[in-house]
Ligand binder design. Sequence first.
Ligand code: GAP
Length: 456
Amino acid sequence: MNRQAASMEALVSLAKRRGFIFQGSDIYGGLAGTFDYGPLGVALRENLKKIWKDVSVNRRDDMYEIDASLIMHSKVWEASGHTETFTDPLVSDKETGERYRLDHVLEALDIDPVGMTLDQMWDALVASGAKSPNGNEYAYPMTFNLLFPVSMGASETSAALAYLRGETAQGIFVNFKNIIDAYHPKLPFGMAQIGKAFRNEIAPREFVFRSREFEQMEVEYFIRPENWEAAFADWQEAMRTYAQEVGIEMKALHEKEIEKEDRAHYSKRTVDFEFEFPAGTKELWGLAYRTDYDLSRHSEYSKVDLSYFDDATGERFVPHVIEPSLGLDRTMFAVLASAYDEDELGGDTRVVLHLNPKVAPVKMMVSPLLKNKPDLVAKAKEVRAALKKIHPAIAWDDNGNIGKRYRRQDEIGTPWCVTIDFDTLEDGTMTIRERDTGEQVRVSLDEVVERLKAAV
Ligand code: GAP
């Protein structure tokens, strides 16, 4: 299908208008880098998480899912290297004090900042002669740590410094021994987690692409070091499967090998899955070979042995790790951008989301042909109640003419609309209308149920 590319404005407007995504703390002017999700956003995110869990956990026999605390000990972040290296280069306007990410400023000047030290970036900026967006000089840059500190405890003097987690991954590493002790898994095995992560981004922007509070879906897959390449390839394939199943446009998805200078401090190999977002081609997800970096560092800092004993070979060693890391918010954005279309149907232009039925937040809409005919309304309610037993996301709409009702559902990606008319009262058949083609056929309730079951 050749779709109309989604502009940022069109997506933001649709997301707000139809209750997918709102600005966080909206009535107070908004809080930058935070978002609230409305009913359709919640349902869409649940479906994306469910499919991720199917692909990464439920279809396998070697996975352990956890849900770790969002607030974590400051030592965790010292051990992981985040306190020291989880920084972005920051440059500010000398007059207004406004702050910008120096690497983004350079990129906008067509200067590639990859591999540059802070001084080299500064020299490049000075050499370019660029001024701030307000036309002022820039001040000498600094590095800015992205972790959110939290002060824990009742009194200021006794409060301990902790951090909101900057990635869900560390919640997995600190629970490695708990899982080993409780379940005695054999290598290879993985731990999975879905949950919020927090980063004090200097420049949150491009809608939900870069926010300060976001959700991650991460796996840490523990292996013998000699097996890392095979495990890396397996998880790369699993990420492609996930992309396909959630309906990300595969020709807009690109896998990019990340050079050493641009990899995170813990990674020996990274492949980024990049997506052609409305504002440009950027990282959607990452796949990294984290070696034994994290477990070794946590062993060193916590003084707790995080090695693994192999009964079969009698060896004791620290497992290595492959990490597929997916951001839920960017996934949602990519799925919406992939599904968005403005096409012509029946002589009218419409906005439509061609969402995979398993991803669609509303599965079906049921409506009586006329809302002032009690028999039709009662029958439609009966049909809706029957369908809701299979899946709760069955909408009701009896407002306006039937064409308008269809358009409202097209815009939120509802795959099917079911209309109850006078023939339904006679023979139990109903009209089902298909979102993508607009095609309408008369079917029995059983056939409607069959379609719905395939979308669950
Ligand atoms: N555990 C590895 C890790 O956190 P990352 O590349 O920093 O690696 C992984 O983040 C994924 O989390 C990204 O590919 C992206 O999908 C998502 N992500 C990272 N920062 C984000 C932000 N500020 N806003 C929204 N999503 C973000």
